[in-house]
Design a protein around this ligand. Structure first.
Ligand code: KG4
Ligand code: ZN
Length: 357
């Protein structure tokens, strides 16, 4: 089965061709991505209208590039998949309109995919794919969740953030430190120069006894620390070392909470495999600490390939393939299309009624 997948939920336009072989093994034949980061940087964050317009400009050239690199023709496709939600309504509409128009023109079925399911299943495209069941730590710009995954479409929420997501904590702290958008990679880069033990920042809900997270207090602590440093430093502002130390301490606080809660989720569920997915899963300190903790306890940690951690078309094509193969979804002939900007993963099989764009 050959699936062309489209991702356009936020600030990356992603297209990919995934092939599912007779043994149910997924292979990435080609993928292409355009990141809008440079365009949104001037505004300090994603501007939804600009995002939609740029997706329109990029989506067809990227699809052509993917088909060319995979040496495939449109006629070879069996299914066209797209991100149906959650995400920015206008941005989602570009991917869904493209996929449905292609489906209609080619007489091929289409399937709308849940963006988070794409992230969750993305490690199945890695050289070291997991097997079910496992615990998933989903850490993106909008979500921080721990889930028990028993199979495709079989997801039980174990805990989640009660306020900011981990990626948001990175992004907001980076903004306070005057770093560019997106903040996660920028803060992580500055942190490599700093001392993670320099500032004792809060580890919210670390000992709550639940698997929930809270990161909103952290940015307040970062702000307070920064103000104190500014007051002490005078006109020149805090030293480069002090800023790096604060970045390192912020990253250490976020990572420690994510690692400890993941270990607690594995212990509580009795499972021995952890899958880390979503943009924050690209964080090197998070990976290093999880690997060390796992090695000590004889646990396995699986990650998507680094370039498939952040948004991409491959995870959408893959999720569609796996849902179809598992009998969890039936591709439909393309017809009227809708997107679901707000779509909780818990409602994956019972999507809320079509939402106005
Ligand atoms: O999954 P993703 O690409 O988009 C969403 O679906 O949200 O995640 C984006 C988030 C952003 O908050 C970004 O700052 C964060 O992932 N991120 C990182 C790193 N790379 C991306 N955070 C920490 N360290 C990184 N290396
Ligand atoms: Zn994402």
């Amino acid at each position: 089965m050959r699936i062309l997948g489209f991702e356009s939920s936020c600030d990356e336009t992603g297209v990919a061709l995934v092939e599912l072989d007779a043994h149910g093994q997924a292979h990435l034949r080609a993928d292409a991505l355009h990141s809008q980061i440079a365009m949104h940087r001037a505004y300090g964050g994603v501007v939804p209208e600009l995002a939609s317009r740029d997706h329109i400009r990029r989506v067809l050239p990227l699809a052509r590039e993917v088909l060319q690199r995979a040496e495939a023709r449109l006629a070879d496709l069996d299914l066209i998949a797209y991100t149906r939600g959650p995400g920015l309504a206008g941005a989602l509409l570009v991917g869904s309109a493209t996929a449905c128009a292609l489906g209609l023109a080619l007489g091929k079925p289409v399937l709308g995919v849940h963006h988070l399911e794409g992230h969750l299943l993305s490690p199945f495209l890695s050289a070291d794919p997991p097997s079910f069941p496992f615990v998933a730590l989903l850490v993106s710009g909008g979500h921080t969740q721990l889930m028990r995954i028993d199979g495709v479409g079989d997801y039980a929420l174990l805990g989640e953030t009660i306020d900011d997501a981990a990626g948001e904590a990175f992004d907001k702290s980076a903004k306070l430190l005057g770093l560019g958008y997106p903040g996660g990679p920028a803060l992580a880069a500055l942190a490599t120069q700093g001392d993670p033990a320099a500032f004792a920042l809060p580890r919210p809900l670390l000992h709550s006894g639940t698997l929930d997270f809270s990161f909103a207090g952290l940015k307040t602590a970062v702000l307070t620390t920064l103000r104190k440093l500014e007051a002490a430093a005078g006109a020149d502002g805090p030293s480069a070392q002090a800023r790096a130390d604060l970045a390192a301490s912020t990253q250490a606080a976020i990572v420690e909470v994510l690692v400890k809660k993941s270990l607690a989720a594995l212990k509580a569920s009795g499972l021995r495999r952890l899958v880390v997915a979503g943009g924050v899963g690209a964080n090197r300190r998070l990976r290093a600490e999880l690997d060390t903790a796992a090695a000590r306890r004889g646990l396995r940690v699986h990650y998507p390939e680094l370039h498939l951690c952040t948004d991409n078309g491959a995870m959408i094509a893959l999720a569609a393939a796996m849902r179809v193969a598992a009998g969890r979804a039936r591709p439909q002939p393309a017809g009227a299309f809708d997107v679901l900007p707000r779509w909780p993963l818990a409602a994956i099989d019972t999507p809320p009624a079509a939402q106005a764009a």
